[in-house]
Design a protein around this ligand. Sequence first.
Ligand code: CA
Length: 377
Amino acid sequence: MNRRDFLTTATVTSASLALTGCNESQRQAIDYSKHPQSKDIQTKKVNFNKNKKTIIKLATSWPAHFPIMGVGVERFAQRLKDISGGSLEIKLYPKNVLVPALAVFDACSSGQIDAFHSGPYYWKGKNSAFSLYSGIPFGFTAEEINSWMLFGGGLDLWREQYAKYNLHPFMGGNTNIQMGGWFRKPINSLEDMKGLKMRIPGLGGEVFAKMGVNPILLPAGEIYSSLERGVIDATEWVGPALDIKMGFYKAAPYYYSGWHEPGSILELTFNKKAWKNLAFEHKSMIEVASSEMNSNMTYEFHAQNIQALQTLQELNVNIMQFPKEVIDAGKLALNEVIAELSAKNKDFQIVYNSIENHLKLSKQWSDTSLRYFLNER
Ligand code: CA
């Protein structure tokens, strides 16, 4: 169809719609309440009172002004103040100011705070399925996980499972693809992984454990000194932008490309009751501002990573790739971890099935389009 035909058809279609009215599926497509992030937004329309300021107490798992994540939440708060004409104020509590970094989930669930910004994989102890909302090793890229969340059923499942904890989540950013980590010695074979003491949390840690690695959890402030003293042999963190600030390159000169966190989601989560009590307009503003925060953080990670990678190369860091036998072993280990967690936890199985269905199709499309393009570029 050429452009002229398309325009003619489009005109005829809208003219006939005006005459006949739209059918049910078309009506749904333009129903604002069916926006993927805001299905509940119009169920109870309470308008805001222009003379009364609404304050939301929001705690984060990051220090104040922490690059990209902390700064991103601060921009989100400022944006809401601006677009609400000052009627909505997000009162920010960085890590440990009101609640400890990893207590924000419970504090929000109980209503001590109204909202938090953190990462869903931190709550796998509550329900192993929650780690899946951050993504899986060898899984979704940032773009793919966003499409699963918004249009593939991910966000619905997440909200259904968090509702049991009186919580209502939104996507609140994405670290974009992460690096595989810093190693004191090069990895030339699967044998070199055996017995390695490595700081690596989450599902990635469980996969590495199956490959013979000894995964260790350490507070952020202790990772560098442990690596420098040889208490650990390796650590993953995020990507060049944040890793360079930790100084890992001074203690471990081999920096590997990654597959364990290809697009980890960060969350903006509300106490469900606090969310329900918000005025319709404020809910809409939060929808919009959280969507902006989600994309801005993703792109800021990319923008800062490309600069930091260049600096690391100037510092003669060895940028490495794992040998194929390590990758192959990682894929087998992932299958075992998924099978075990699915057998133990029905929720995990449900979420993983949804991911698997979307990922299967996504891989075909990404291989056809993006992989082809990147190989040729
Ligand atoms: Ca990481």
